[in-house]
Design a protein around this ligand. Structure first.
Ligand SMILES: [Mn+2]
Length: 333
């Protein structure tokens, strides 16, 4: 799957306009991030403005620092979820159906749409708009909105801007192209606020987050001659610091930011296993392929995996060995 932004807009325009009058569930991935919430709420508003009866549905709630972006939009979680009569579903920012959860996807059968930018997306819906080169799913949507004249009010612009800011690391990552900045400029003209976004998203941390970061940094270590940096979230850390999984956002940037580190690894231990986040600066390292070896997927520079039944004590060395072997294979020194 690989479309350009223009091709995606051409495919999306008849889908989005064709949903006027229909009941639509805009599905996002579990544990939603800024791009997921941004694209869910933006598409929901656009569909509503075009005459659809749309709502957002996600396994998990809106993270507290992103609640403002869902204001005025119906957002339902898995609890008590039921498909409405005749309702169709469109997925945003989901590499595959498992990221949404079968409880939410099964009632729909085939999904009507799939809007995404993950390189591993296999095109699971009837209409697929997957732009691997896009900086964010919100980038795909913002480009289509501009190209096709979809209604974008200030709240929609703020949501689209949110996804672009978070997925580009505040316009720092490789995906930050002139085109991304032009789309972002257009969203600011339509009412998105860079300073308000920063304040809401990056400067609204809980006091517990500070304790979490302190412990996370204390446990960080370098392996493979400093080419791999690893940080861990042991099973009891959230409880000890009064935080939750939602506070994990941004932690992986610490190992990523060290000079000489090729691959940053965040290992999070939960009741059902160890989840991993991978980050790199060189796309040749193909973290999507590394994650696939560990039951995961994602992008070349940012990927994740899930080792079911694993523990940090029992499996960290095995996981790190896989990371190191991949690094040596892709970029020997
Ligand atoms: Mn995304």
């Amino acid at each position: 799957m690989g479309q350009t932004l223009d091709q995606a807009a051409d495919v999306l325009d008849p889908l989005v306009r064709g949903l006027a009058g229909a009941k639509v569930a805009v599905l996002g991935h579990m544990r939603p991030d800024g791009d997921c919430i941004g694209s869910q709420t933006a598409l929901c508003r656009i569909l509503t403005a075009l005459g659809a009866d749309a709502r957002c549905v996600n396994r998990h709630r809106v993270p507290p620092n992103l609640v403002a972006y869902a204001e005025g939009v119906r957002y339902d979680t898995e609890e008590g979820f039921a498909r409405r009569d005749g309702e169709v579903a469109v997925a945003v920012d989901c590499a595959d159906l498992s990221r949404i959860g079968s409880h939410l996807t099964d009632p729909f059968g085939d999904l009507a749409g799939n809007i995404d930018h993950h390189v591993s997306n296999n095109g699971f819906a009837k209409v697929n708009a997957v732009v691997e080169d896009a900086a964010a799913t919100c980038h795909v949507l913002a480009h289509a909105a501009r190209a096709k004249g979809w209604p974008v009010d200030a709240a929609t612009a703020a949501s689209l801007y949110l996804g672009i800011v978070t997925d580009t690391g505040s316009f720092r990552f490789r995906s930050t192209s002139p085109e991304v900045l032009e789309v972002a400029a257009d969203l600011i003209r339509r009412g998105a606020s860079p300073s308000l976004t920063t304040e809401r998203v990056f400067e609204s941390e809980s006091p517990g987050k500070f304790l979490l970061v302190r412990e996370f940094l204390a446990g960080m270590r370098l392996v493979e001659d400093g080419r791999v940096a690893v940080g861990e979230i042991p099973r009891d850390l959230y409880a000890r610091t009064g935080t939750s999984k939602e506070d994990k956002e941004g932690l992986v940037d610490f190992p990523r930011s060290i000079r000489g580190v090729d691959i940053a690894v965040l290992l999070e231990e939960g009741a059902d296993g160890v989840k991993g986040s991978l980050r790199a600066k060189n796309p040749e390292l193909r973290l999507d392929l590394l994650a696939a070896k560990l039951n995961g997927g994602g992008h070349r520079l940012a990927a994740g995996f899930n080792c079911l039944g694993a523990t940090l004590a029992g499996d960290r060395e095995r996981i790190l060995a896989a990371v190191v072997a991949h690094l040596r294979e892709r970029a020997p020194r």
